[in-house]
Design a protein around this ligand. Structure first.
Ligand SMILES: Nc1nc2c(c(=O)[nH]1)N[C@H]1C(S)=C(S)[C@@H](COP(=O)(O)O)O[C@H]1N2
Ligand SMILES: [Mo]
Length: 377
C-alpha cells in the first residue's frame, strides 16, 4: 500500500509534543475558516464572516431538482421539494453555532484534525420551517428511536466512505426548536452553509446541524453511523489501568459548553497578533454562550487569571444566541499582561482554566487568554 492509501484508513492521531502544524492541517484550515474575533462586534455575524466547516466538498445541488425525503418508521413516507418546504409555516431563529472541535489546536498534545484556535463560532438569523410539524405530518410510528439526517455530500473519513449523516434521538429532535432552514440573515442559504436546506439544531454543537439535507430516516434503533459512533465522541483518559489506548471513557458530544470570547482590544502585531493598547481606560467587549443552559455570569481577568471581576451582561438576543458583555479596564502602567474571560451557565458549568483534554480534541472551552502590551500614550 502506498502512503496515500494508508492515510485514507489512518486512525485519529495525536501530534508529538513538539510536532508543528502540518500542510494537511493547513489545508483543512484554509478550507474551513474561523470568524475573525473582531467580528464579535456584530450581534448577527455577516454571512462571509461566519465560521465554516465542510468535512468533504461542497456538493453540487440543483435547488430545482432537490427534494427532502422522509422515510422509515412513519405513517406516510413523503418527499418535499423546495417550494413545498418554503410554503410551510415560517420561523426565524437567532442561533449561535460553534464547532465541537473549536479550541482543538490549543490542546497539548494536539489531536490532529481541523486545527481550530477559538474562532469556530458564528451567530445567524436562520429562517425555515419547524422540523416538528413536518414530522408530525409524516406521522412518526411507535417504536421510533432515532432520526438519521443525511446530507448530499460524500467522502471518506479514516477509511469509511460515507454520505455525511448524523443521528439524533426522536425525543431530542421533537423537544428542541429544530428548523429546516433555507435562509441565513435574510438571504437564500449560500452553497457553503448548506443550500438549499440545512438542519439547525439550537444548542447543539455544529456537527448536528446537517447541511445539504437530503433525507430523514426514522429508525427503530440508535443510529450508528460514523459521525455519531466514531467521530464526535469524548475519548478521555481515565487512568484506571495505565493503558492509554484502551483505558478511555467514551461519551457522545452533544450540546455546546459555555464559552466567553473577548474582542481583542487595541491593535495587533501582524505576525504574533499580540495586542498593543495605550495606558488608560478601555471598554472591553465580548460575547458569551452555552447550549446547555443560559449564560448567567461572565468574569474578566486583566492579570493573567490571578483575579476575576464580574462583567456587565447585556440582555439575551434570543434563547439560542450569544449574549454581549462589557468590562471597563484601566490599564494603569506600561508593561505586559494577559486579558482573560470566562462564562458560567445556569447549570453551574464554568469554563476551565486548565485544558479539558480528550483524544479527538472535542469541546475544549478553556479560558481565552489574550496577550497585551500596554504602552505609554
Ligand atoms: N452535510 C454536512 N453537514 C455538516 C457538515 C458537513 O461536513 N456536511 N459539517 C458539520 C460541522 S462539523 C459543523 S461545525 C457545521 C458547520 O456549519 P457552518 O459551516 O454553516 O458554519 O456544519 C455541520 N454540518
Ligand atoms: Mo464541527
Amino acid at each position: 500500500m502506498g502512503r496515500a492509501s494508508e492515510d485514507l484508513a489512518a486512525d485519529s492521531r495525536v501530534a508529538e509534543p513538539a510536532e508543528a502544524i502540518s500542510v494537511e492541517e493547513l489545508q483543512l484550515a484554509t478550507r474551513n475558516h474561523g470568524m475573525p474575533l473582531e467580528a464579535l462586534r456584530y450581534d448577527v455575524t455577516p454571512v462571509g464572516l461566519h465560521y465554516l466547516l465542510v468535512h468533504y466538498d461542497i456538493p453540487d445541488v440543483d435547488p430545482a431538482a432537490w427534494s427532502l425525503r422522509v422515510e422509515g418508521l412513519v405513517e406516510h413516507e413523503r418527499s418535499f421539494n423546495l417550494e413545498a418546504i418554503r410554503s410551510r409555516p415560517m420561523e426565524t431563529l437567532r442561533v449561535t453555532i460553534e464547532c465541537a472541535g473549536n479550541g482543538r489546536a490549543r490542546l497539548l498534545p494536539r489531536p490532529v484534525s481541523q486545527p481550530w484556535l477559538t474562532e469556530a463560532v458564528g451567530t445567524a438569523d436562520w429562517t425555515g420551517t419547524p422540523l416538528r410539524s413536518l414530522l408530525g405530518e409524516c406521522g412518526i410510528r411507535s417504536g421510533a428511536v432515532d432520526l438519521a439526517f443525511t446530507g448530499a455530500d460524500h467522502g471518506i473519513e479514516r477509511g469509511v466512505e460515507q454520505d455525511y449523516a448524523r443521528g439524533m434521538s426522536v425525543e431530542d429532535a421533537l423537544d428542541g426548536d429544530l428548523l429546516l432552514a433555507y435562509a441565513m440573515n435574510g438571504q437564500p442559504l449560500p452553497p457553503q452553509h448548506g443550500a438549499p436546506v440545512r438542519l439547525v439544531a439550537p444548542g447543539w454543537y455544529g456537527m448536528a446541524h446537517v447541511k445539504w439535507l437530503s433525507r430523514i430516516v426514522v429508525l427503530d434503533r440508535p443510529f450508528e453511523g460514523y459521525q455519531n459512533a466514531t467521530a464526535y465522541r469524548f475519548l478521555e483518559p481515565t487512568g484506571e489501568s495505565g493503558d492509554s489506548d484502551h483505558d478511555e471513557a467514551d461519551v457522545p458530544v452533544t450540546r455546546i459548553r459555555p464559552r466567553a470570547l473577548m474582542r481583542p482590544p487595541g491593535f495587533p502585531d501582524f505576525m504574533s497578533r499580540v495586542r498593543v493598547v495605550d495606558v488608560g481606560g478601555h471598554l472591553l467587549r465580548g460575547r458569551a454562550w452555552s447550549g446547555t443552559a443560559p449564560v448567567e455570569r461572565v468574569e474578566v481577568s486583566v492579570d493573567s487569571g490571578m483575579t476575576w471581576h464580574a462583567a456587565e451582561l447585556e440582555p439575551a438576543l434570543s434563547p439560542w444566541a450569544w449574549r454581549a458583555w462589557t468590562f471597563t479596564w484601566t490599564a494603569a502602567a506600561p508593561g505586559e499582561t494577559e486579558l482573560c474571560c470566562r462564562a458560567t451557565d445556569a447549570a453551574g458549568s464554568v469554563q476551565p482554566w486548565n485544558q479539558p483534554w480528550n483524544r479527538q480534541g472535542m469541546a475544549n472551552n478553556m479560558v481565552q487568554r489574550i496577550p497585551v502590551v500596554v504602552r505609554t500614550a
